[in-house]
Design a protein around this ligand. Structure first.
Ligand code: S3P
Length: 430
């Protein structure tokens, strides 16, 4: 990556990854066909489609990332091979909720990174619902023997939208009403998607004082029906371009048809607080998901602290925010983000290592980072640690460094965004 002078242009993003996974899974267990336009181009969402095919769901990919799925209703067919989730924690965790309600045994496997990631967070509640699950000490591979599930009332110890969706999906197969409580509000695409496919669920805030959690209730035995939908642009992928624009006071960027779901859009507030000028037009709602177009202009960057509920809300965007921190006026501090250590890589260590290689001063903490602003970085040889978001975050940081940067394993960007480097080139002025 060579340094840039400015960022300008328009970026059309592939469909949101979180929504694509959920739509593909629900379309498979719905009745009738679904048409999913602008399905994510990332390898992770292809892993979900691959697993659905192994479970007997027929689908076809048409031009323009249009996926046509023939739903087969709640009962799937026994896979003849292990379900390969690749690098995708979302696939393994959320699909485990669906296979737990089947009448057969499924084996779920993943790549080296996924095989290190914690699965006890889905194993414990799914076993409480009656599934039998064998694992490698709480890690993949998982061997899930489905059962007639019982509804549970479960307070999730970790704020995780993947776990919440897993249990809501399992709740569809359960006898009675499943209630799930989350300690902090996490992304709600599972709830929104279930409603789009015709399920009824109830949700409300719960908890006392400052700790505002949420609860969701779903009744088992509900049948889903297929939908036709256009998936909004991925906000977490947009984050890389918004942060690139933030690096240049004269930048101008347009992002049409972007996901604006309030449980994801905290990123926009934080970037505005940091000094980016953002306006949203053409707000619309598609199947319960908010979509809008962004106009972005660079300004001078100040400082931000990301902590508490914000750390959960911004969990996928923290790597790129941290990667641009040295170029801000007074720096960025991240706290309460221990979950970053168990993502596709240990993202706290990965960010600290790469920033230091670029000559930055960084304080690494168990649950976050403190990165002073006003620093000058130099190009360096960096590692993606096989993690798509680390590869893309440092492609952005490289735009303001002095000299060239090489990112080893940059091809891992294809996990969520295969065209990332090409699109970044298109909006970069040198
Ligand atoms: C996701 C939730 C988050 C996020 C991941 C996608 C989702 O993970 O990091 O990229 O689609 O629900 P957790 O559920 O582990 O917080």
């Amino acid at each position: 990556m060579r340094p840039a002078r400015n960022v300008r242009g328009s970026v059309q993003l592939p469909g949101d990854k979180s929504i694509s996974h959920r739509y593909a899974m629900l379309a498979g267990i719905a009745e009738g066909p679904s048409r999913l336009e602008n399905y994510s181009t990332g390898a992770d969402c292809a892993s979900t489609l691959g697993c659905m095919r192994s479970l007997g769901v027929a689908w076809e990919c048409k031009a323009g990332n249009l996926i046509e799925v023939q739903g087969r209703g709640l009962s799937l067919s026994a896979p003849s091979n292990a379900l390969d989730c690749g690098n995708s924690g979302s696939t393994m965790r959320m699909l485990s909720g669906i296979v737990a309600g089947q009448t057969f045994t499924s084996e779920m496997v993943g790549d080296e990174s996924l095989s290190r990631r914690p699965m006890a967070r889905v194993i414990t509640p799914l076993c409480a619902m009656g599934a039998q699950i064998e694992s490698h000490d709480g890690k993949p591979p998982l061997r899930i023997t489905g059962a007639a599930l019982k509804a549970i009332d479960y307070a999730m110890p970790v704020a995780s939208a993947q776990v919440k969706s897993c249990l809501l999906f399992a709740g569809l197969f359960a006898d009675g009403e499943t209630r799930i409580e989350e300690p902090l509000r996490t992304r709600d695409h599972g709830e929104v998607a279930l409603r789009a496919f015709g399920a009824k669920l109830e949700r409300k805030a719960c908890g006392q004082g400052g700790a505002m959690g949420h609860e969701v209730r779903i009744r088992g035995g509900q049948r889903l029906r297929g939908i036709e939908a256009r998936i909004p642009g991925d906000l977490s992928s947009a984050a890389f371009f918004l942060c690139a624009a933030a690096l240049f006071p004269g930048s101008q960027l347009t992002v049409p048809s972007l996901l604006m779901n309030p449980t994801r859009a905290r990123l926009l507030d934080i970037l505005m607080q940091l000094g980016l000028r953002i306006s949203v037009t053409q707000l619309d709602e598609i199947h319960g998901e908010l979509v809008g177009s962004l106009q972005v202009e660079g300004g001078s960057l100040t400082q931000i602290t990301i902590a508490g509920a914000d750390s959960a809300a911004l969990i996928d965007e923290i790597p790129v925010l941290a990667a641009i921190a040295p170029y801000t006026g007074q720096g960025i501090e991240v706290r309460d983000a221990k979950e970053l250590r168990v993502k596709e890589s240990d993202r706290i260590a990965a960010v600290a290592t790469n920033l230091r290689l670029m000559g930055a001063q960084v304080e690494e903490r168990e649950d976050g980072l403190k990165i002073p602003g006003g620093q000058t970085l130099h190009g360096a040889e960096l590692d993606s640690f096989g993690d798509h978001r680390i590869a893309m975050a440092f492609a952005v940081a490289a735009l303001r460094a002095q000299g060239e940067t090489l990112i080893r394993g940059a091809e891992s960007a294809a996990i969520s965004y295969p065209a990332f480097f090409q699109t970044l080139e298109e909006v970069t002025e040198r």
